[in-house]
Design a protein. Structure first.
Length: 187
């Protein structure tokens, strides 16, 4: 199996040791290095551990033949744009079954008209993973609330809509919510 562990790790600015310590249970930098280079076979268990440590899905770490990879032309930081030290690629965003999209038709908050917000659907048991994040919450009658999840008390969700001066809204017994995970913006 060909993996993109090294590319994802470098894109996040992490060292082998950073990833090794972030694994549960922790491992060694040498082990992560062997898994990156293919010296050691990557099992599904290892793939899941490393994906969790990197904050991505296991699918993001697997190079699939039908997935589109873009070459990295430059790296940008406060000092400006520079050529990458090593050849690198990034995988184009791939949709997953648990994702839903929100299209922005008029600028609001940090979002501009034309933006696409990809959101991961979460069941009520996982709502805590969305605290202090932008979320889409269904309401009765085919309506929705989109805003920052401030608090969860029992079956009630407290959201702050993105509109300036908007008042906090409370949604009770939401069957699911969708946490914003990716912003797609045309320049």
């Amino acid at each position: 199996m060909i993996t993109a562990i090294r590319e994802v790790r470098r894109a996040k600015g992490l060292t082998l040791d950073d990833v090794a310590r972030a694994c549960t249970p922790p491992t060694t930098a040498q082990t992560i290095g062997r898994l990156e280079t293919g010296t050691r076979t990557v099992s599904v268990g290892w793939l899941n551990r490393i994906a969790t440590a990197l904050g991505v899905t296991a699918a993001d770490l697997v190079k699939l033949p039908d997935r589109i990879y873009l070459p990295v032309a430059a790296e940008l930081d406060a000092g400006g744009a520079t050529a990458p030290r090593r050849p690198a690629t990034v995988a184009a965003p791939a949709p997953a079954p648990e994702l839903v999209a929100v299209t922005v038709t008029g600028g609001v908050g940090d979002y501009r008209a034309g933006d696409e917000i990809w959101c991961e659907r979460l069941a009520p048991a996982d709502f805590a993973r969305a605290l202090n994040r932008d979320v889409l919450v269904p309401r009765p009658g085919g309506r929705f609330v989109f805003g920052r999840l401030l608090n969860r008390e029992g079956g009630k969700l407290h959201l702050l809509p993105l509109e300036p001066g908007a008042r906090q809204q409370v949604v009770a017994d939401a069957p699911w919510l969708a946490r914003a995970v990716r912003l797609v913006r045309a320049l």
